[in-house]
Design a protein around this ligand. Structure first.
Ligand code: PLP
Length: 396
């Protein structure tokens, strides 16, 4: 006998993984240059030079027992202070090391916060479509109910009236992911201020805080001078889940944090519960080496030129062919309306006829669209354009 929920999770096919595996097989048959794989969100720019230099320095200069040892549960003081200083400097808030809890990336950060806020079987966590599909298991497996706000397919901002209709006395939090995976859209300050005002009103109506869980692995990936508002500046009951997976191109190293501002309601209890939830999932502490790297590199910013060139090339080319795309101001995704309306059919045809691998967005809560991860080589994008053109032609 095994747990059915986790069995189902472990055996459910992942569209993204299947496309990726298909691409690898096809590459053996037709050559990698003839496969156009836009499936995975794996960073394609190298980590900043200072990251590798810091790894060398730390390995050379740190006592081995200490380097490979455990840290205390929230992480070492030094990296937490470096992150706090960086956030304070950039966003004008007095962030303290004691408000930060280091994690193995955004996924365990989100799980710990969700676990902390699901208080009983009625607890609801809201997500805004299109959304990162892992929110569904993160919420369900921790006893919460996921409530989905349908996508604003005009601008891919947030339908505030739809949020309002779905808030109940059981709403504990809403996950806000901007820059967004999969749309690549950055929520404007106006959108976030509107959401903050709504949540303040509803929190006082129901007599308990409704938190924003700000899922921010793409915070630094933004183009053309667009600003990503720092949500704790707009709404005090915000808990930030951050990751260096994308901003420092370190997804395999598993490092990130939860930030619980002390001005958030019940912050001490929330922080303690996040810590307890992390303990319950066996999250002891992130790798010491990576904590130390972040301690030295917290101020590093990614060089986004390659992503920006990809974004411009893909967006302009697809628009010129007649595709409708969400305005890609951030992350490394382009979100495209499927010609013909059926994104699964489009994806299947593109795969079979052109080895063009695009992710249909049903799993992101937004059928009829597909996602392109443009963290690929610029050369692959150029070579893939005839396939996109042929696909558009087939549907005209
Ligand atoms: N949240 C979003 C929106 C993501 O896209 C991802 C990863 O792709 C994560 C969270 C998880 O990131 P991490 O690698 O830090 O666990």
């Amino acid at each position: 006998m095994v747990n059915q929920t986790f069995y189902n999770l472990g055996t459910a096919p992942s569209v993204i993984r299947q496309l990726f595996a298909y691409g690898l097989e096809q590459a053996k048959l037709v050559g990698p240059e003839n496969v156009f794989d836009y499936s995975l969100g794996n960073p394609s720019i190298p980590a900043p030079k200072k990251v590798n230099a810091s790894i060398h320095k730390i390995v050379d200069e740190t006592d081995s027992i200490h380097l490979h040892g455990y840290s205390m549960a929230p992480g070492f003081e030094e990296p937490r202070q470096a992150i706090a200083d960086d956030l304070s400097h950039r966003f004008g808030l007095p962030v303290k090391a004691s408000e930060l809890f280091l994690t193995c990336g955004a996924a365990p950060a989100l799980i710990s916060v969700i676990k902390a806020l699901v208080v009983d079987g009625d607890s609801e966590i809201m997500v805004i479509a299109p959304f990162f599909p892992e929110y569904a298991p993160f919420i369900a497996a921790n006893g919460g109910k996921m409530v989905m706000v349908p996508a604003d397919t005009e601008a891919f901002q947030v339908h505030l009236d739809q949020v309002e209709q779905r808030i109940t006395p059981h709403t504990q939090a809403i996950i806000v992911n901007s820059p967004n995976n999969p749309s690549g859209v950055v929520y404007t300050e106006e959108t976030l201020r509107g959401l903050a005002a709504l949540l303040e009103r509803k929190s006082s109506q129901y007599g308990h805080p409704i938190y924003i869980i700000a899922d921010e692995p793409y915070r630094e990936l933004v183009y053309g001078g667009v600003k990503v508002p720092f949500i704790p500046n707009l709404y005090k009951n915000t808990i930030v889940c951050y990751s260096y997976s994308k901003s420092l191109s370190l997804p395999g190293e598993r490092i990130g944090y939860v930030y619980v501002p002390s001005f958030a309601e019940d912050s001490a209890a929330v922080y303690a519960t996040v810590s307890g939830a992390a303990r319950a999932i066996g999250h002891v502490c992130p790798p010491t080496l990576m904590q130390k790297v972040v301690g030295l590199c917290a101020r590093e910013q990614p060089d986004l030129q390659a992503y920006d060139e990809n974004r411009t090339l893909l967006y302009n080319s697809l628009r010129e062919m007649g595709y409708e795309c969400a305005k890609p101001d951030g992350a490394f995704y382009l979100f495209v309306k499927a010609p013909g309306g059926d994104a699964n059919a489009f994806s299947e045809k593109a795969k079979r006829e052109h080895n063009l691998l695009v992710v249909p967005a049903d799993g992101f809560g937004c059928p009829g669209y597909f996602r392109l991860s443009y963290c690929v080589s610029n050369d692959m994008i150029r070579r893939s354009l005839p396939a996109f053109r042929a696909m558009m032609k087939a549907y005209c």
